[in-house]
Each structure stands twice: as structure tokens, then as C-alpha cells.
Design a protein around this ligand. Structure first.
Ligand code: AN7
Length: 351
């Protein structure tokens, strides 16, 4: 098949006409992997599938929304775009802006952006501004810039981002032949859970498919939706979801309610443990935030939430290579040997 990215693939579901110039890096079409080893390890009664978004061009799900947002910005003759970001949005915005020939500004929380993401934003040529504050501060400033200047905001408060991100639901239904019974996601700014639900609802309206229950997971130190109040100083090892005042808070709560889903907390320890388990059982290296979807799944399996009839999809939102420091910190270090056969063999402990 001649694949041309999510806009061409799902044009009739998007608010764009056919005759426009599209900015794409051939995002989407990501693998949906059945995770039988993980299922066994977790003692799950249900089927588990992992939607690995780390294979997108910039290594995260953000590219699905960014192709639509940047295509629209070009259509509207924008000269520059801006976003606040915990890292992935900035990498994606910078890449698509580069492809479209637009100027990009990104505002990041200083010292809290994974090194791979920061390197991406810089090498794609964005103007990177680090603030002494968190993501919520950055988004507040970006919103004001959007009101006071002509620079186009490409955070998920831009509805074209959500439109693009909903295509992941379409791919899942097309691959499985039906919707899963449950869909598990990490929740930060809450745009993605909103987008997935929109996708499932719209596909159901046209094709009569069923709807999943949406399951969202926030990190313990950054769980405003679970706690029902803004977290002033969010903290978590999963820096991608280190967000205390999500922009799509209301929409996420609505999605959870309409789908009869639930939102819960996972600890940093549970997140890192799930990240290791996904890697060592399924050969998939995702970033910490992404692993919270599986950490949450584990928590619900323990509470006998699922049955044999269920099929659960967990979205692994980003690639582990973006944040190698965190991964390397949490595993045993390499063994050290002298440059001799005997010493290496000794360490291999073959019988
Ligand atoms: C890997 O890049 O908010 O709930 O600024 O990078 O839609 O925010 C990233 C969020 C999950 C949460 N997994 O998604 C940003 C940013 C990864 C992420 C989320 C993010 P939303």
C-alpha cells in the first residue's frame, strides 16, 4: 500500500478539504501488537494489545495531531507557531514547522524536559525558550501570546490537534475489526483521551461499531483530575505528564463519564516497573509516561476489573529513546570485564 500519512488516509473524517497543501512526515499507521507475554506476566484474563506510538516520525503520538494543526496553519497563511510543552509536543511542532517552512517557538519547563525531546526541538530549528516554571506556567504564557499576536498555538487547545489524534482510534478498530472493550491511556493535559473518545464515537456513528470504556491514569504527584483540584507543584518521574492543570480537563471528564470509564492514580514506582516489564516481556521500549497505561492496567487486573471477554488496548504514547537517562537509572548497570575471553566467559556464567 502506498501510505501517505493520516490526513490522506482519513480525509473524510477530518475538517479539511481535499485540494489543500498537506504537511506530513507520514505519521500514523503505527503497530498494534498483541502482548501475550505481558498478559501471562500480569495474570490477565483479557486480551491485551499495545498501540505503539513511538514509531511515529518524531517518536510520539503528537505527530498525528501536528500534521493537521500545521497543515491548517499553512492554509491560514500563518508565519509562526508556538506551543508550551513537556517535550513531545515541542519536538513534533518543531519538526512539522521545519517541513512546512514555518517559524516555531517552544516554551519548556527548565530542567524537566527529557534530553532526547530537547535535542529534537533544537535540531529541527525551533526557537526554544526555557522558563523557570512548570508546564502550566508555560501554557498560560502561550495562551496570552496567542491572544496578543498572530502566532498560531499548536497545543491541543487547537482543535485541529484533537482531530488528528482521533485517527489512532480508527486504526485500532480497522485492525481489530471492532472496538476494544477498554482503552487505557496516560493522562497529562488530557487531550489524547479526549481525542481517542471522539474517534471511537465518530466511527461508531458511521459504522455502528461498539464503544470502549476509557481508562485514564495520572501520576501520583500530578493527578489533578483524580483529586478534583489543580495541583500547584506537580512532580513525577514521568516528566511528559508532569501537569497540574490540564487544558482538556472538562472534555476528559466527559469522555470518562460517557464511556462509563474510570481515572486513577499510578505511582512513579509502578510506572517505572511497568516500563521495564513492557521492555523485557514484549521488546518494546516506551517512555515512562507511556507505561502508566500498563501500570494502571495492572492495578485494575489485581482488582478483578476485567473478564475473559474483554479486549484492552493500551496506548504507548512515546518512544523510550527520548528519555534514556531515566531508563538507564532504573536498571542494573553493565557488568565490567577485562579484555580477555576468560573474564567475559566468567561473567556469562554459562553451565
Ligand atoms: C509520552 O508534549 O503534554 O493527556 O507537552 O508526551 O494528551 O497531554 C505531552 C503529553 C502522554 C499525555 N504520553 O497526553 C507535551 C505533553 C506522552 C506525552 C502524554 C504526553 P495528554
Amino acid at each position: 500500500m502506498n501510505y501517505s500519512g493520516v490526513i490522506y488516509r482519513y480525509w473524510e473524517y477530518l475538517p479539511l478539504s481535499r485540494d489543500i497543501e498537506v504537511t506530513t512526515l507520514l505519521e500514523g499507521n503505527t503497530p498494534l501488537i498483541e502482548a501475550d507475554n505481558l498478559r501471562r506476566e500480569l495474570g490477565a484474563p483479557c486480551k491485551i494489545f499495545l498501540k505503539f506510538e513511538g514509531t511515529n516520525p518524531t517518536g510520539s503520538f503528537k505527530d498525528r495531531g501536528m500534521t493537521v494543526a500545521i497543515t491548517k496553519a499553512v492554509l491560514d497563511k500563518a508565519e509562526a507557531v508556538i506551543c508550551a510543552s513537556t517535550g513531545n509536543t515541542s519536538a513534533s511542532a518543531a519538526a512539522y514547522a521545519a517541513k512546512a517552512g514555518l517559524k516555531a517557538f517552544v516554551v519548556l519547563p527548565k530542567g524537566k524536559t527529557a534530553i532526547g525531546k530537547l535535542a529534537q526541538a533544537l535540531i529541527y530549528g525551533a526557537k526554544v525558550i526555557e522558563i523557570e516554571g512548570n508546564f502550566d506556567d508555560a501554557l498560560r504564557i502561550v495562551r496570552e501570546i496567542g491572544e496578543k499576536t498572530k502566532v498560531v498555538i499548536v497545543n491541543s487547545i487547537n482543535p485541529y490537534r484533537i482531530e488528528g489524534q482521533k485517527t489512532a482510534s480508527f486504526e485500532i478498530i480497522e485492525t481489530l475489526g471492532s472496538a476494544p472493550t477498554h482503552h487505557s491511556l496516560p493522562v497529562g493535559n488530557a487531550g489524547n483521551i479526549t481525542a481517542y473518545w471522539k474517534g471511537y464515537v465518530e466511527w461508531a456513528a458511521r459504522h455502528g461499531t461498539s464503544l470502549p470504556k476509557m481508562l485514564g491514569f495520572q501520576a501520583e504527584g500530578a493527578a489533578p483530575i483524580v483529586r478534583g483540584k489543580v495541583v500547584k507543584k506537580p512532580e513525577t518521574v514521568a516528566t511528559a505528564i508532569r501537569i497540574g492543570n490540564p487544558a482538556s480537563w472538562k472534555q476528559a471528564v466527559q469522555s470518562l463519564g460517557e464511556s462509563d470509564g474510570r481515572i486513577d492514580i499510578v505511582t512513579d514506582r509502578q510506572i517505572l516497573s511497568a516500563q521495564g516489564l513492557i521492555a523485557s516481556t514484549e521488546g518494546i521500549f516506551c517512555e515512562p509516561a507511556s507505561a502508566s497505561s500498563v501500570a494502571g492496567l495492572k492495578k485494575l487486573i489485581r482488582r478483578n476489573y476485567f473478564t475473559q471477554k474483554d479486549t484492552v488496548v493500551c496506548t504507548l504514547t512515546g518512544n523510550g529513546l527520548k528519555d534514556p537517562d531515566t531508563a538507564a537509572r532504573d536498571v542494573p548497570p553493565p557488568l565490567k570485564a577485562k579484555p580477555h575471553l576468560s573474564d567475559v566467559l566468567r561473567l556469562m556464567k554459562l553451565k
